[in-house]
Design a protein around this ligand. Structure first.
Ligand code: AMP
Length: 304
């Protein structure tokens, strides 16, 4: 089953305490689409300008990522620049140039409208809702968000949440959204606002998953070398949703637990190199090997 993914497609400049690289492929949809494509075909929705490398379209084609929903328009692609502190977790946005992204209105090709699994990667919640408005009853909707939307477009986010099956957000965003210090209370409170399931990412400390009556916690892979944390969250969301779609059924809580592990595996590979470079060479064998390590770490033998 395919996954429809909408989000940003960007050219990033990323600085860490040891390296800096410019004009890298980035954006929430770029990471999410490649992450998901290891498990399921992807239908990508986004916008790029005429400075966007044509080779990326060839690459997407080679990876079962359908880019018919990516608008190519006159102007410059969205640009984002960020700088990481020594902990490789704290990040400051140095600059944002919305460019063609400023007037982005996602328009789904007819062939996209009946896709069963949807990932609304990080973009303004009004645009995420606009995508759902064009769809014919998707089976399972996953949404990601960020602090910017909690702070600036809260009403739009609140309107989106009841339409979402699984909301993914990080620990500080969960606290900001609920004004709770406990992540357990925060997860439960967000569920009451609409989504049936909530996943809270805790960076190098793993992730939590909440349903009405079940709870799951998994650790993160103990990586020694993190080169570029950009897109870890988007890759997590992409891997998770791609895995759910590959199960070809209404996700059970066990499917969701496995999906959280696959998302974590994909994210752990992504941060090993700048931009999407590690994901470009990643193999299913490497994913499976790391999944087994996660499985042993998380002690969830009963899943088989
Ligand atoms: P993450 O590290 O998961 O927060 O994702 C980083 C990616 O998000 C970068 O590749 C950026 O191009 C993209 N990005 C940054 N700001 C925004 C924004 N306001 N809306 C959508 N995408 C963004």
């Amino acid at each position: 089953m395919s996954v429809l993914i909408v989000g940003s497609i960007a050219l990033d400049t990323v600085k860490t305490p040891v390296e800096e690289h410019a004009d890298l492929l980035g954006g929430s949809a770029s990471y999410a689409a490649l992450g998901a494509s290891f498990f399921s075909p992807v239908k990508l929705v986004g916008i790029v300008g005429n400075d966007f490398p044509a080779a990326e379209f060839d690459f997407w084609k080679s990876r079962q990522i359908d880019a018919d929903g990516v608008q190519r328009v006159e102007g410059k692609t969205f640009r984002w620049s960020g700088e990481y502190a020594w902990d490789m977790n704290t990040r400051e946005t140095r600059s944002v140039a919305l460019n063609v992204f400023e007037h982005f209105r996602p328009a789904l090709p007819e062939s996209y409208r009946e896709t069963d699994f949807v990932l609304l990667a990080n973009i303004a919640p009004a645009l995420q809702s606009h995508v759902l408005d064009q769809m014919k009853r998707p089976r399972f909707v996953v949404a990601d968000t960020m602090d910017l939307w909690i702070e600036t477009t809260r009403a739009d986010l609140d309107a989106l949440l009841p339409r979402v099956d699984l909301l993914i957000l990080n620990d500080s965003e969960a606290r900001e959204l609920t004004k709770e210090t406990s992540l357990i209370k925060a997860g439960r409170k967000i569920r009451k606002g609409g989504p049936r399931y909530v996943a809270i990412k805790k960076g190098e400390h793993g992730a939590l998953l909440f349903s009405e009556d079940e709870f799951f916690s998994c650790g993160a892979y103990p990586l020694e070398d993190i080169h570029d944390p950009t897109g870890a969250g988007d890759t997590f969301a992409g891997g998770l949703t791609g895995y759910l779609a590959s199960a070809k059924r209404e996700p059970t809580f066990s499917d969701l637990r496995r999906a959280v592990i696959y998302g974590s595996v994909l994210a752990s590979f992504n941060v090993e190199a700048f931009s999407l470079e590690r994901l470009r060479t990643l193999t299913m064998e490497e994913i499976s090997a790391r999944y087994q390590i996660f499985k042993a770490m998380s002690e969830f033998e009963s899943l088989g």
